[in-house]
Structure formats: C-alpha cells, structure tokens
Design a protein around this ligand. Structure first.
Ligand code: FEO
Ligand code: CA
Ligand code: CA
Ligand code: CA
Length: 676
C-alpha cells in the first residue's frame, strides 16, 4: 500500500483497510427479507434519505416491554434524562449543559512517574521523558475505586486507567517527525523511542480534594506507564505456538509492547483489559509472499510511522520489520505481528505485574471488550467487536465458572470463542470457532483447498492456529459482516447488549457485501446502534434476538419499529458515527461520536439515551476536530471522566501552540448525579 493512502493522523474515520473479501453477507435470502420489511426513512430536510428498516420483533423481550421478567419491572426508573440538551457546536472548547462544569485533566505529557520530567510546551521532551509522562491520544478509560479490592466503592479516590491509542506526530516533536526520505532513509532513534512511549496505557492515582477538585497523587506507587515496549506474557491457547516464535522469545511465550489501544474493559476481578485495534499498521514486511496471518489483517510493505527504519541496530526497533531475514523464525521478527491483535490484561493494583495477552479472546482488530455481569458459579462472558469494514462481533465464554473469591485472569485462558450471525428474521446465533465443535470442524473441512476471500485455505493445524487467524475462522463459520463494530455495552438492568456500528462507506457498493438485515443501509455514512437479548437471559446462550436501537443521521432520521417512528432525530440529538458506548451505574446509555465534522453535526459529541424509551439528548460537545472517546464515572455517578482525542489548534490551553489530548472532568454544580 502506498504511504499516501494512509492518513497518519487517521482523520478519515474510514481509515481501516478493507481486508475481508470473504463475501459472507451475499445471502440472497437476507436481501429478500430486507426488501419485504423495508421502511422508507422520512427526512424533514426533504432529501431522499437512505431506505432503512427498524426491526419490530415479535416475542422479543426488549426493555420496551415493561413486564420484562429480567428487570423486575424496574427498568423505567433512574434512566430519565433530566438535563437541558446542548446545541451542536464548532467552537474550540467543550460544551456541557446549564448547571454543569467541565475542566481538562491529565493532558498528554503530564509527568506521573520516574523522575517526573516536566512537560515542555515546545515539544522538546525526550523519549525517556515521554516514558514517565501521560501518553497521547487518550481513548478508553476506567475509574477503579481505590478500595475496590477490599469491597469498597470510593468516589473520591481511585486509579484512573486509560489507553493512548496513537499519536499526532506533528505535535509530539518540536518540529514534527523526521521523514526517512529527508534523512538518508532512517528515522532518529529518539523520535521513534518517544513515539513508542506515547502509546500504551497510563495508570494514574487520583484523589478529590475537599473543595471538589481532582489531582494526581504525586509519587504514588500505583502511577505507571505501560508502553509499546513493555514486556508482556502471551497467555491462553496461543502461548508457545510456533507462529509466535521470535528472536526475543523463541518459545513464543513473551513479547514487547501493546499498541493502538482503543477501548477497554474492566474485568469482574478488578483488572483492566486494553484492546489492540489497528496494530497491523505498525509493522512492515518486504516478503513478496505474505502469510495469511498478515494478509487478512493488512500488514503490508509499509508501516505508518516507519519505526522499523530507526537509526539503530537495537532489536526493540528492528522488530517492527517483520520480513524474513534470518535462517529461521527464531533469528528474526517475521512473527512479531502475530504477538499483536489481542486483549491485554493489566492489573493496576499490582504495579510490578507483567501485562498478559489473553489469546483465547481471539486475534483481530479489537475495539474493546465488555463483560456481562459476573454470576457466581456461571461462566465469565465478554463481547468484543472487530472494527473494520465488514468484520464481526465476537463473544467469549469461559470453561471454568466464576467464583468471586478466586476469580482472576486465568478464567480468560480457557473457553469458547464465538462469532455472531444476525439472521434476517431478528434471531441470531453464536457460532463456535472451535475445532472440537462438529459444526465448525465440518465447515473447516469443507473449506479446505478453496479460496476464502483472497486466501487459499489449507486448513488449521490446531486451535492456536484458529485463534491467530480468528478473522479467517469467522469467515469460514459464516458470520455476518458488520458496519464496523466499535464499543459494546451491557444494560445493567436488563442484560441487553448494545454495540455501535459506526459506518461503512462500502456497504452495498459494487464489489462489496450487500446490505443485510442488521446492516441495512447502502454506503452507511452515519452508522447505527444494534442491540440483542441473549436467549433466556443467559449470556452464555448460543442464540439471541436482536433489534436496531437507533439509526444515526441528520434531522428527521427515523428509526421505525412496527410501522411507527420510535425515534425521530432533531436538533437536540442529531449525531453521526457512534463509537464510544457505556452504560453508567444507573442505567443511562452514553453514546460518543467519531464522525464527520461537517454541518449539520459539527464537532464530535456525547449524548445520553434512555434505553427504555429511546429518548436521546446531546449532553456534551468536544472541541474542534477531536473525537470524543472514553467515558466513565465514579461509583456515585457524580464525577464523569470523558476523553478528548486528537484535538487540533491549541486546545485545551490557548496560551500554548500545540494541542494536547486530555481527559475532561464533568461535574454538576449542585453536586448531583450526572445526567439525572
Ligand atoms: Fe479506535 Fe475503532 O476506534
Ligand atoms: Ca480514535
Ligand atoms: Ca473507537
Ligand atoms: Ca472510530
């Protein structure tokens, strides 16, 4: 792929390469069903809008059903939206409703550990400095109450843990990045060190003072940086697999770093899972024959930041060159990119702990992960979307049961990975990606020797091979290709699972998968939110019933259910490209956007939704050019943390001349519950 095809700052929300050519959704019966049930979307702006359908599913017990047995009839309470919605905005500042305040916190470059190097606003901090400072491009974030391990739920002190998805190279360096083309084909090694250090995860111990302001607990032993170079273990079925053998870890049991950490998920046992999303772009191979593990993920001959061209022989940089160079795989880094694409478990309460890559959850472009509520004696269940056009939604079900007294990351090392098939009639099935499952084994046998998309499929040598090639396994299983699954969220009152489908510019275009019932919009520009209820309310079930919660779009966009508009967007709630999604502890659904900045939407935003009534109100608008991504509150829902990623200009400090990604703390002036 030519370098100019990649926007280094991902300003195009559709930057993920299309690498799924499996054609999974070209099912004639899906299209037929859609045609039968199509509803014309009406728009007040008069333009011929997309033709879509809202599902009205007979027998499906969604939250609209007030006698839903799973809710005890209480689903209506506590989710009202009591604030006055804010208008769209193109100002270079954060907008919150009347009676609320917002201030920026822990911006990129804030010193938190090591020798606490001060942030220099001229960009001259070194790579070593950055290793002790908060990283760039804040994304998924969680607040762990400081007393969580002893059963407490402090709302005044905790560990704020967040991902740093990628970087703005221009802002990171004093004069922008040195390009290899201008520098004898290499990049200065300290620039590369700084870029690697600006990625990863920050653990920040924070406390609220009596005047209500939050500060970092300086010199706290919990404060920590995990970067693109931190040593990690490989865990689960892929541990020790030959396709992960490298010069660094000939046994295929370790690697260095986590990259492109987008969203996350707190586990039921108080750890943090960071997702590895667009990791493929950090590696380059000059091999003319690329292995299927690289083809199906878009690892090419060109990397986004040219780290493999660092002016050094040190293999912590050379490893980004995944070409065949040595005599065998343990002499080079041809397999390095197979050590990426996982969910990475970090224990923020144990600062010396080594992060663990949990391979049983699959290898793909993990946007994040969301756990179902843990129940004593039942399996642990979590969901993860693969954010690229025409990729899939997955579910992991542990083999061993959850027990609060003994729960830990080991529960994520054995279990079944499933992929979702959304049927046209509103039902759905979880398809096991497990060679011991007869249905999957039969499909694998039938596919051998055939072309699966661009890949001539020659079988899986074992379950580790299935997991390293999760996307390919899902193609073979017959999963439903989706419009870029981003975050998921589980309604704490009903157990219904919601996922954002941010957009898909190629849906239904010539040469690409056609629409299907769950992804019914041709060239879906603005996205939608899907939800499902697991059969019998059991998250480990292998079937479900689904519904579209809302279609995003401009004023007049209707989501039609049973012939009636269940939602009609207007000035108070138009949005596009939903991405971040989170249920707060009271059951309000928070929707964040990463979409077009053009009118009528303008800056990216966050809205709140009532999952019962589908009422949606705009709560927050970010500064210019940013994406609003990552949201969490304290347990009392009185302090909210919202992340602002890739701002431009000089947000948040107008006296400085470069932008800084930052967390925004939102509170109510009367000290009340956010959103109520
Ligand atoms: Fe990193 Fe899919 O957003
Ligand atoms: Ca992002
Ligand atoms: Ca995202
Ligand atoms: Ca996005």
């Amino acid at each position: 792929m030519a370098k100019h095809d990649l926007d280094p700052n991902y300003l195009d929300p559709n930057y993920e390469p299309v690498v799924n050519h499996s054609g999974n959704a070209s099912f004639a019966h899906v299209l037929q069903a859609r045609m039968q049930r199509r509803t014309l979307m009406k728009g007040s702006v008069g333009a011929a809008l997309a033709s879509v359908m809202g599902m009205g599913i007979a027998g499906c017990s969604f939250t609209d059903d007030s006698d839903d047995s799973r809710t005890g009839g209480g689903a209506q309470s506590g989710t009202e939206l009591g604030f006055k919605p804010v208008a769209v905005s193109n100002e270079n500042r954060v907008v919150v409703p009347e009676g609320y305040s917002a201030r920026s916190f822990v911006p990129w470059g804030t010193p938190i550990t090591g020798n606490h190097p001060e942030y220099r606003s001229d960009g001259t901090n070194t790579g070593a400095d950055q290793e002790s400072q908060v990283g760039m491009h804040h994304d998924g974030v969680h607040f762990f109450p400081i007393d969580q391990k002893t059963g407490g739920n402090s709302s005044t002190e905790g560990l704020l843990v967040m991902n740093h998805e990628y970087i703005n190279q221009s802002a990171l360096h004093a004069n922008g990045p040195t390009k290899p083309a201008d520098n004898d084909g290499v990049r200065p090694v300290d620039e590369v060190r700084k870029e690697i250090a600006a990625h990863g995860v920050s653990v920040i111990h924070i406390r609220r003072a009596t005047d209500g302001t939050w500060d970092i607990v300086s010199r706290s032993p919990f404060n920590r940086r995990i970067t693109g170079n931190t040593e990690m273990d490989i865990r689960g079925p892929v541990r020790g697999y030959s396709k992960l053998a490298t010069a660094f870890s000939p046994s295929g049991t370790e690697t260095r770093g986590t990259l492109n950490n987008c969203a996350m998920g707190p586990t039921p046992w108080g750890t943090y899972l960071a997702a590895e999303e667009n990791w493929h772009g950090y590696f380059a191979t000059s091999d003319t024959e690329r292995p299927r593990e690289y083809v199906r993920h878009g690892v090419t001959d060109s990397s986004r930041y040219d780290w493999e061209l660092a002016d050094t022989d040190a293999d912590e940089y050379m490893r980004f060159n995944v070409s065949t160079i040595g005599a065998s795989a343990t002499d080079d880094y041809r397999n390095e990119a197979n050590t990426y694409g996982y969910m990475v478990e970090i224990d923020p309460f144990t600062p010396e702990s080594k992060p663990q890559k949990r391979t049983a959850l699959g290898r793909f472009g993990h946007e994040g992960v969301i756990f179902a509520p843990a129940r004593e004696g039942e399996p642990v269940v979590c969901y993860s979307g693969d954010d690229a056009r025409f990729e899939y939604i997955y579910k992991f079900v542990s083999s061993r049961p959850y027990n609060a007294a003994t729960a830990g990351g080991y529960l994520l090392d054995e279990g079944t990975l499933y992929v979702a098939r959304f049927n046209d009639d509103g039902s759905g099935d979880w398809l096991a990606l497990d060679l011991e499952n007869a249905d999957f084994a039969g499909k694998v046998a039938a596919a051998e020797g055939t072309m699966v998309g661009e890949i001539r499929f020659d079988g899986f040598e074992n379950q580790a091979d299935v997991l390293v090639n999760t996307r390919l396994a899902a193609d073979i299983a017959g999963a439903t290709t989706m419009d870029r699954p981003e975050w998921g969220a589980v309604d704490p009152k009903t157990g219904d699972v919601y996922f954002t489908l941010t957009n898909n510019s190629n849906r239904g275009k010539e040469g690409y998968d056609d629409v299907n019932a769950a992804n019914p919009i041709v060239e879906n520009a603005t996205g939608h939110i899907i939800r499902w209820a697991e059969a019998g309310g059991d998250h480990a079930a292998t079937s479900f019933e689904w519904d579209i919660f809302v279609f995003a779009g401009e004023q007049g966009t209707e989501t039609v259910v049973d012939g009636e508009a269940a939602v009609t967007l207007d000035d108070t709630n138009i949005f596009n490209s939903p991405d971040g999604l989170w249920f707060d502890y009271n059951g309000r659904l928070w929707i964040q956007t990463d979409g077009s900045w053009a009118p009528p939407y303008q800056n990216n935003m966050m809205l709140a939704a009532n999952p019962v009534t589908r009422e949606i109100k705009r709560f927050f608008v970010g500064p210019r050019n940013c994406e609003v991504t990552g949201v969490v509150t304290t347990p009392d829902v009185k302090t909210m943390f919202v992340n602002i990623q890739h701002p431009r200009g000089n947000w948040p400090d107008p006296s400085e001349d470069r932008p800084r990604d930052a967390t925004v703390i939102v509170t109510r002036d009367d000290g009340g519950v956010i959103g109520a």
